[in-house]
Write a protein that binds this ligand. Structure first.
Ligand code: HEC
Length: 222
């Protein structure tokens, strides 16, 4: 066994303790323990605040998330108290009017339903509106293209698809289609029967993603 001489540099290094290494690193890193020697990730009041936030979030979701029922996201269905009550029925005319005037139809056909001379056909005094709902539903679901005569005047343009079909920029549910059609069949002095959601759904199922209709195709329908 050999002893180190006091002048050997390794004598100095042996005096370095774990504590002194840790505290030297803490100084370098800028980390300081509190007065009790504990480290804290975050002050206690921040933890209280966060748990309060989590409680609030939970309560909020419980109250407003509608039991995560996808029907909640149909903004046109009002739910009862959530305990199995029947949804509150929506007046299709009121919904149809809202949809019509929400920059969807009125942008082209105008709020008066008179359209724009030479460019957009009217919905007032139009047999297409008050006549067969078979044709009308298809025009709304899939759109219409090419020549059409409305109230004795020729038009040749395109009406966009509104249904939940491929190529539609609107993706309206069958309920919305039925509501807007019921509205235009009974507004501006028009007097035709309403259009049921069931009929829209049946035609939608039958025709699927049909491309925009032409008058020639529509005239073969009842
Ligand atoms: C971008 C403009 C535009 C928008 C938006 C639009 N239409 Fe049309 N619509 C037309 C054009 C143009 C025609 C004629 C198409 C043709 O010439 O083949 C037409 C035709 C029609 C027709 C058959 C012809 C007639 O005048 O009776 C109906 C019914 C109709 N649209 C209803 C609607 C309804 C309801 C909406 C809203 C849900 C709507 N349209 C939105 C442009 C539009």
């Amino acid at each position: 066994m050999s002893f180190l001489s006091p002048s050997d540099p390794r004598v100095d290094q042996a005096a370095v303790t774990d504590e002194s290494v840790i505290s030297a690193h803490e100084k370098l890193l800028g980390v300081q323990p509190d007065e009790k020697g504990h480290y804290r990730l975050a002050p206690l009041n921040v933890l209280f605040f966060l748990s309060g936030l989590i409680m609030f979030g939970g309560t909020y979701l419980g109250r407003y998330a509608g039991y995560f029922d996808p029907r909640v996201y149909n903004e046109n269905v009002l739910h009862g108290g959530g305990s199995g009550e029947a949804p509150v029925a929506i007046d299709p005319i009121a919904l149809g009017k809202k949809l019509f005037n929400n920059a969807a139809c009125n942008a082209c056909h105008q709020a008066t339903g008179l359209g724009l001379p030479g460019a957009i056909p009217p919905l007032v005094n139009s047999d297409w509106v008050t006549g067969s709902d078979e044709k009308l539903i298809r025009i709304l679901l899939h759109g219409l293209q090419g020549p059409i005569k409305v109230a004795g005047v020729d038009y040749n343009s395109a009406m966009p698809a509104f249904g939940r079909v491929a190529g539609s920029g609107f993706n309206w549910s069958d309920d919305k289609i039925a509501a807007v059609l019921t509205y235009i069949r009974q507004e501006w002095g028009n007097q035709a029967s309403g259009v049921s959601v069931e009929k829209v759904t049946a035609i939608h199922a039958k025709e699927g993603d049909h491309k925009p209709w032409t008058v020639v195709e529509l005239e073969k329908l009842p």
